[in-house]
Design a protein around this ligand. Structure first.
Ligand code: NAG
Ligand code: NAG
Ligand code: NAG
Ligand code: NAG
Ligand code: NAG
Ligand code: NAG
Length: 412
């Protein structure tokens, strides 16, 4: 049987024909998709140019978004493609109102696919950003009721009296008795007051910062927060800047990279010196494991007669901030340090700008990015809820409460 059976060979021919037809159909559908998708893209570009009464005939290739609501052409990144098309991108234009509404409409992240949110954010890049003072003040007053950073962000002699018992954030059964030694390490009162700084930058460590050239814009802020001892050496300066007023340290880094400061302390001191006079902020009372290493940081800086201040997050502040964000849909084992700093900044600063906060594998121009701006090491899965945090930031950006930078900077 087999080969010589004519009926079976006819079957084979039939199958082949079917297969061929299938391939053709697939090709046609793909081609159609390409054409439609491509046209849509073109249409979007043309729509904008028609609104401003200009014909844009040269829309080709990919494009890069800059941070101030303009597009960069692919071939000439030095000049703005839309230099003379200001109209449609004005903050108050109908189009921009719509684009912001497109994001505000999404109440919870699960309502849309992430790619959908990504697309909406991409479109919004064409619009200028402005703070909506009404919205911002509303948000700030909510935060002052739940969390009150100007009084409770750090443990101070005022909010944590000598002899009091401090409850840990996660080890709820754990209690730290405030003795003379630790009490003397606390500042008398919070070093910052409400809306003290005009413009703040909170710098996350996302790969979105790589090649952003945002360094100068970050450095131009009045106050700069950075997370988890990020590298700011010369090769990164163009993208991330150097100015640092507060830098957080995750005690796990001290444990892993600096032997809990039980051995040589100089390497750690030298790392901190890079941030010059920045204050060092630690979650000493997050869990009982963090306390000793966090206190040792203070001893190290004192031993080297450093001017840098050491502060500890007040555990009750962290609890209240987590509770607030949980009510906004951020469900995670732990909210990220970035989110805590952004929350604090909203109370301490008039205007808050976010850099390096992003949770998608590509930037808004569709180029794949690394996880951090300095490496591509992925975090432990399920620990933080980054997409949901970023989603909240995009929402707040659209409402004018803060500004999220995900493009390249052209400032200064
Ligand atoms: C399109 O771009 C080319 C080269 O950049 C230029 O020579 C041409 O005049 C442009 N066409 C229009 C309609 O602007
Ligand atoms: C967009 O920007 C990235 C990084 O800045 C660059 O590598 C890429 O070539 C740019 N693409 C275009 C089309 O300009
Ligand atoms: C947009 O409109 C609001 C009020 O409608 C106004 O306060 C604001 O200045 C406008 N912004 C611009 C850039 O025109
Ligand atoms: C600012 O926010 C308020 C409250 O949501 C809103 O009524 C107002 O239209 C917003 N202003 C602008 C210029 O978007
Ligand atoms: C945290 O929340 C609790 C309960 O809502 C409240 O009593 C307390 O004052 C808040 N703490 C701070 C530091 O605002
Ligand atoms: C460094 O910071 C500390 C505390 O923030 C401050 O007391 C000190 O004056 C600063 N020193 C310099 C040289 O700026």
């Amino acid at each position: 049987m087999g080969y010589s059976d004519p009926s079976s060979s006819r079957d084979l021919l039939g199958n082949r024909t079917l297969f061929f037809i299938f391939i053709c159909a697939f090709a046609v559908v793909t081609l159609l998709q390409q054409i439609l998708y491509g046209r849509n893209y073109l249409k979007r570009g043309l729509q904008f140019s028609w609104q401003s009464g200009e014909e844009l005939a040269n829309w080709t290739g990919t494009f890069n978004f800059t941070d101030d609501g303009a597009l960069k052409s692919g071939s000439d990144t030095g000049t703005r493609y839309f230099e003379f098309y200001e109209g449609p991108f004005e903050y108050n234009s109908t189009k921009c109102l719509e684009l912001r509404q497109d994001i505000i409409e999404v109440k919870v992240l699960s309502m849309v696919k992430q790619t959908e949110l990504f697309d909406r954010w991409k479109s919004l890049q064409m619009c200028k950003w402005e703070m909506n003072v009404t919205e911002a003040n509303l948000f700030k007053s909510t935060l002052s009721r739940c969390c009150n950073a100007p009084a409770f962000l750090f443990t101070t002699q005022k909010n944590t009296p000598l002899g009091s018992k401090l409850k840990y954030e996660v080890d709820t059964s754990g209690i730290f008795h405030i003795n003379q030694e630790i009490f003397r390490m606390f500042p008398k009162d919070m070093p910052y007051y409400r809306s003290q700084f005009k413009k703040c930058a909170v710098v996350g460590n996302g790969g979105i910062l790589k090649d952003s050239r945002c360094g100068r814009e970050i450095d131009s802020a009045d106050f700069v927060f950075r997370c988890n001892l990020p590298p700011i050496s010369e090769k990164y300066t163009v993208d991330v800047g150097v100015k640092t007023d507060v830098v957080t340290v995750n005690p796990s880094i001290i444990t892993e990279r600096f032997h809990k400061l039980e051995k040589w302390r100089k390497p750690f001191y030298e790392v901190l010196q890079v941030y010059e006079n920045a204050s060092v902020l630690l979650p000493a009372f997050y869990n009982t494991r963090n306390t000793d290493v966090s206190i040792r940081v203070k001893y190290v800086l004192d031993d080297f007669e450093s001017q840098q201040a050491v502060y500890y997050f007040h555990p009750q502040y962290l609890i209240n901030v987590s509770r607030y964000w949980l009510s906004q849909g951020v469900r995670a084992k732990r909210i990220s340090t970035g989110l805590i700093l952004v929350t604090a900044a909203l109370e301490l600063c008039e205007e808050v700008h976010l850099f390096g906060f992003w949770a998608f594998p590509m930037n808004p121009s569709g180029i794949f990015i690394t996880h951090h701006y300095y490496d591509n090491v992925k975090p432990r899965p399920g620990f933080h809820a980054m997409p949901s945090e970023i989603f909240n930031f995009l929402h707040m950006h659209s409402k004018g409460i803060l500004r999220v930078h995900t493009g390249t900077c052209s400032c200064c």
